[in-house]
Design a binder for this molecule. Sequence first.
Ligand SMILES: Cc1cc2nc3c(=O)[nH]c(=O)nc-3n(C[C@H](O)[C@H](O)[C@H](O)COP(=O)(O)OP(=O)(O)OC[C@H]3O[C@@H](n4cnc5c(N)ncnc54)[C@H](O)[C@@H]3O)c2cc1C
Length: 568
Amino acid sequence: MPHLSTDVLVIGAGGAGMYAAIAAAQEGASVLLLDKGQIGRGGATIMAQMTVAVALGEQEPDSIALHLEDTLKAGRGLCNGELSALLCEDGPKRIREMEEWGTRWARENGHIKQEMAPGHSVKRCCYVDFLNTGPAVAATLRRKVSEIPAIRRLSNLAAVDILVSEGRARGAIALNFVDGELVAIQSKAVILAAGGLTKLYERNSASANMGGEAYALALWAGAELIDMEFVQFFPIGHLAPRLVGMDPIMWDPFRYKLGGKMLNGKFEEFIDRYGSTDFGKYNATRDIAAYAILKEVEAGRGTLHGGAYLDFRHIPEAQLRGAFGPVIDRLLANGIDLTKTPVEVGPMAHYHMGGIRVDVNMQTRVAGLYAAGEAVGGANGANRLSGNAITEAFVFGARAGSAAAESVTRARSEWNDQLADEALRRLKSFGRDSEANRIAPIALQAELQKVMWEQAGPFRTGEKLMAALMRIDEMRKKDLPRLRVGAARQFNLDLQDAFELRAMLATAGAVVRSALARTESRGAHQREDFPAPDDTFLKNQVLELKDGEIESRWLPPVRVARSSINDG
Ligand SMILES: Cc1cc2nc3c(=O)[nH]c(=O)nc-3n(C[C@H](O)[C@H](O)[C@H](O)COP(=O)(O)OP(=O)(O)OC[C@H]3O[C@@H](n4cnc5c(N)ncnc54)[C@H](O)[C@@H]3O)c2cc1C
């Protein structure tokens, strides 16, 4: 004990974690970068095929102040202005740095190409190409990380507990997926970069690793969460036919660009039933599109997979090819011929605006514990602009890495054998202590996803949320101790699922409690029983754990003075 030791431990190796590791190593720290999947291939970053929003002003005049203004507007009054300003200010530096490290941003006439996206005032979203932005940036960061000897990389290791003594993070306990052993890791600082929570929902655009573990680890360690009710649901995510190796949220730009028709299961256009006259333009806003699809399904007029059809058959093939470019061939390889078949689409959980509460150095209230990327809450308030999430991953990753490295020069590494020993003993018995245990962890995960989708999904009511909360609490207290994980050591998937479920339940409880308390509709949080915004709720909801239960309080949002914006 400890089994591994480092200056900075980075948990999660997506865009934020890899950036953090590089920044920490550049400041002279030794870094251990671990991921429950493969380094740089496990989370959302590699799945994001679209665009990155930054005020480069390469194609038309833009400014950091304007990007910030758009971000704050989209956030419906709830952004932490200091974090939003950091995102907008440092975004351009990170994009140019990524280019120096090898990312080939698409260019036109020598300038980085930037596209328009909903909510942005100008063409601001850069990309590599429409199929490869995420994979390309992940590849750049993987290469960079592998070139730095001070960064040790460990795949297939899931953090399951943060070790805290005397108010300071001292390391973590991780589960080694390969041999089922728990590993004690000593560090002077810990960065939580384990991504978002959309796997909590039955319908999601997420990778299998996005079970919201960062939030649970932070809560258990004594840090706070903020605005957990704000889960972004994408209105027309792909449901069917099966789509392999493509972004499930790719349809929106094509719907706008080409006028994809939305039809219900009876092949009728339906958007006019919900207050939009979309016909001929097919540009109903995202919230109306999501609401209309779910209501048609509720009325028994959904498609086979419980969504709506998106139909491009009225558009000539040449025009389709012109707009979709190489995407058309990828679709054909998936057996989808848009000239012959409509696809099925519907709302799905896509991103989380809430998260771990941090200051501008990504420091939580626990000394030595930092967060980065989608795990952080606050920069995007109640709703996120498209393209801001990758920027957030890079910017917050870089900031967390350098701040954590700087802090370790001041921190003494005080390892507490007893603390680690107790944690190991407690966690070792999890799921293994009774022959009578009967519940398969994966079955409970599936039930949780269904509960979250049906009762805490895109359109919520107090009644449904209360039912969800009661079931989640019951799962946490009664079912979790009765999980069946078996005695197998190597690649024991039940054991992995059980630990993941333990965190998923903590995070789901935080989302539902927050959603219950916000009795208004704002941004991504829509309450059918409180359909309008209520400005007495122009405040952030902060959660912490007290005696094992979540407590919340309200705080006014952090504002930023425009005069303090560094416009480069
Ligand atoms: C399909 C899709 C498309 C998207 N498109 C865009 C887009 O076009 N533009 C945009 O700006 N944003 C987009 N987003 C959002 C954006 O990709 C994410 O917000 C961003 O990449 C998050 O980066 P991250 O590093 O914080 O998390 P991730 O990239 O998700 O990385 C988190 C890592 O943590 C690991 N992990 C999780 N739990 C543990 C644990 N307990 N222990 C160890 N490791 C753990 C995971 O395996 C994963 O590798 C998209 C998201 C999805 C899902």
